[in-house]
Ligand binder design. Structure first.
Ligand code: PHE
Length: 360
């Protein structure tokens, strides 16, 4: 009989010695910033999805699907085992992940869903969602961030040879080189679409347990090389375990926060969670490709007062009333409700004098 349980989104899970998820962290589940209309993460998400729709033309079954609402609660099998991440790998440490219990955690990357989508028969898919890693919080680190991850696959004739720095043993060098070229073109196209044709980039060799060979793409941003994504040719064992035989595939994962911070010059990752209209209104646009440069708003809190009034009209006809919310905020200090009320009264009086309205 289990003694303790944890509740996450109205679901009960058994707790054990691995449980380290906190109520604060669970409160981020389901917020889905990447799907909130005026959140900068949503703008970048839409631009990435559009880029893949327009650039991804080769056939598949179906040609390409997007998953942006998969539950972040996954098994250690999904997050690690199916991706060939060894049992003693540091990324499994309790100090790095939010565990619900020994077998269940908040996904640390979207690649956790790769095998289940492959098993369901998909060839080409883009997964976007919130991922969770234990981290110190500062202007560039937050324990939750948002990651799109992609996985297109091509038919492949297999070979038997050695695995080396260039390729996996079962793949021909030609196929590997072809995939590498497609993968790199595809991703350079993405950063050029986001940052402009002239964006400087470089590829850095990397290691991931689930891809080989693997790379990271860096772009030159404000004079410094900034890592934007990890990618590589999917380990054939993963594909073989999940179904598709005689295929070769590539995959990548990137961070929406980092791209949004660079694109819109947002200085602090914590701002992504802001509900402040001074922040969100700057990303209110009907054209996701508009160039937006974030302008800092006061860090002192907003104070909202409504002004509600009858429009002037002749007595006999139906009366019309309007209501506006006015946001008050000081650049250097927190306003008190009393002083906001004084200014608000003056605005009401000025409106009465100028427009002949009647305050409700
Ligand atoms: N999952 C990796 C990460 O989160 C990124 C990645 C995805 C790398 C797919 C290679 C292939 O860092």
């Amino acid at each position: 009989k289990s003694e303790s349980t944890v509740r996450i989104n109205d679901k009960e899970f058994n707790a054990d010695d691995f449980t380290n998820i906190t109520p604060k962290i669970s409160s981020y589940l389901g917020q889905n910033l990447h799907l909130q209309k005026h959140n900068p993460l949503s703008l970048v998400r839409q631009r990435i999805v559009n880029y893949f729709y327009s650039s991804f033309t080769h056939g598949g079954n179906p040609s390409f699907s997007v998953y942006d609402n998969l539950s972040p609660i996954v098994t250690t099998r999904q997050n690690f085992d199916e991706l060939l991440i060894p049992a003693d790998h540091p990324s499994r440490a309790k100090s790095d992940c939010y565990y619900v219990n020994r077998g269940t955690l908040l996904r640390a990357h979207m690649t956790a869903h790769q095998s289940e989508l492959l098993k369901s028969g998909l060839d080409n898919f883009l997964m976007i969602g919130d991922v969770y890693r234990r981290d110190e919080i500062d202007s560039t680190h937050f324990p939750v961030f948002h990651q799109p991850s992609f996985d297109p696959e091509h038919p492949h004739k297999f070979t038997n040879s050695i695995s080396d720095a260039m390729k996996q043993s079962c793949h021909t060098l030609e196929a590997t080189k072809l995939m590498e070229a497609q993968l790199k073109n595809h991703l350079i196209g993405l950063v050029q679409t986001l940052f402009g044709e002239n964006i400087e980039h470089r590829w850095v060799e990397e290691y991931f347990p689930f891809t080989h060979p693997s790379w990271e793409l860096e772009i030159l941003y404000e004079g410094k090389w900034m890592e934007v994504l990890g990618c590589g040719i999917v380990r054939n064992e993963i594909l073989a375990n999940a179904g598709p035989n005689h295929s070769i595939a590539y995959a990548f994962g990137l961070g929406l926060e980092r791209l949004a911070m660079a694109l819109y010059k947002i200085p602090d990752i914590r701002l992504m969670w802001s509900k402040d209209s001074g922040f969100l209104s700057q990303f209110q646009t009907n054209d996701i490709n508009t160039k937006i440069t974030y302008k800092p708003v006061s860090s002192y809190p907003q104070c909202v007062n409504d002004i509600s009034f009858w429009l002037p009209g002749n007595e006999s006809s139906k009366k019309h009333s309007l209501c506006y919310s006015i946001v008050y905020r000081h650049l250097e200090r927190t306003l008190t409700q009393a002083e906001v009320n004084r200014v608000h009264k003056e605005i009401e009086q000025a409106a009465v004098n100028a427009f002949n309205i009647v305050i409700r």
